[in-house]
Design a protein around this ligand. Structure first.
Ligand SMILES: Nc1ncnc2c1ncn2[C@@H]1O[C@H](COP(=O)(O)OP(=O)(O)OP(=O)(O)O)[C@@H](O)[C@H]1O
Length: 271
């Protein structure tokens, strides 16, 4: 862990430096990386990364374009060959991308059921789609869904597998602001019900602060800042300003504390 972690002025937001001493009170992490490195040619994209994610933890990953977020997410999704490095990821994982990636020639419930086994797959797909508010669109074709509905279907497809680790790669970036806030509420409600560990890549500082328990900032393949949020969701507005300023600083945006506070509406509806 990089030592460049800002000093905290607030008790609600505690910047911490992760230590890896075994704590018998803590459950084993679902994700564990030690010295993880990824190179493309001569370029070091992920640089000796140490990372633990606890069961049921909601982590947001922020970072400038090209900092290595998607590369890290692909590793945690098990999509890349990482050649025998010290990486532990759970067997059950699901990813939701910025675009829903539904197969257009399959009805919605079949998209959700894809790859499931057993005689009750229709019932399971139906239950998942009801949970995300799409119980009335089971037989619809993907191309008839709105962007928000398509992302709901993608969330249903992920959660029907009851993954231990849910990876979200800018899942709401393409949605309008109002739909995005509704999706925040939905994600939190699904997370509370199913309790997967979540790693969410986002460019949106407000989104990260509204949803996550822990925020990581990646820069040149290293975690340069880590912040834990102890304030309850929905009660973060009052304590968000110093954290926002610190995060923007870590992201290379030279903004005095609170400079954006009156310009960006905080999604306080998300609880
Ligand atoms: N398969 C690949 N081959 C070569 N270089 C790659 C490959 N995948 C990613 N890179 C490079 O690795 C760097 C990090 O890319 P990555 O997609 O992880 O960044 P990111 O933080 O997700 O960026 P963004 O926010 O723009 O999506 C970039 O410079 C990218 O060009």
């Amino acid at each position: 862990m990089d030592a460049r972690v800002a000093a905290s002025a607030s008790t609600e937001f505690r910047p911490v430096t992760t230590t890896f001493a075994a704590d018998p009170r803590q459950p084993d992490p679902v994700v564990r990386l030690r010295g993880f490195t990824r190179r493309f040619g001569a370029n070091v994209i992920i640089d000796g990364l140490d990372l633990d994610i606890a069961p049921g933890e909601f982590v947001a990953l922020l970072g400038r374009s090209g900092s290595g977020k998607t590369t890290l997410l692909r590793t945690l999704a098990g999509l890349d060959d990482i050649g025998g490095q010290d990486v532990t990821i759970p067997g059950s994982r699901a990813v939701v991308f910025q675009d829903a990636r539904l197969l257009p020639w399959k009805r919605i419930w079949r998209n959700v059921a894809l790859g499931l086994g057993g005689s009750d797959i229709r019932a399971r797909a139906e239950a998942a789609l009801r949970e995300v508010g799409l119980g009335h669109r089971l037989e619809a074709w993907p191309l008839t869904l709105s962007g928000g509905e398509a992302q709901r279907a993608a969330l249903a497809r992920a959660l029907v597998r009851e993954p231990q680790l849910l990876l979200l790669d800018e899942p709401f970036a393409a949605l309008d602001a109002l739909t995005r806030i509704k999706m925040h509420e939905l994600v939190l409600s699904l997370w509370r019900t199913h309790r997967p560990a979540v790693l969410m890549v986002t460019h949106d500082v407000e989104e990260a602060m509204a949803l996550a328990d822990r925020l990581l900032v990646l820069d040149h393949g290293r975690i340069v800042a880590e912040e834990r949020i102890t304030a309850e969701r929905g009660q973060r507005t009052a304590v968000a300003r110093p954290l926002r300023a610190r995060l923007l600083g870590h992201l290379g945006v030279d903004a005095p504390e609170g400079a954006y506070a009156d310009l960006i509406a905080f999604p306080g509806a998300a609880r």
